[in-house]
Design a protein around this ligand. Structure first.
Ligand SMILES: [Zn+2]
Length: 61
């Protein structure tokens, strides 16, 4: 009766010692990093556009 409780990866449902297996964990971390980079990039671009618009508006008058 010493059967080890088997955990399954909650992402791919494969037997894993943790709730998320290493490959899925890496994938999630990679996606999160990718998402973060994209968000940072879009925010930067958005603020740059706004800045440009403000400058144009100012110089227009
Ligand atoms: Zn997995």
């Amino acid at each position: 009766m010493t059967e080890k409780k088997k955990n399954l990866c909650m992402v791919c449902a494969k037997p894993s010692e943790t709730s998320i297996c290493d490959s899925c964990k890496r994938q999630i971390q990679g996606e999160a990093a990718d998402k973060k980079q994209k968000i940072e990039k879009s925010v930067k671009v958005g603020s740059e556009v706004e800045k440009d618009r403000r400058i144009k508006h100012k110089t227009d008058k």
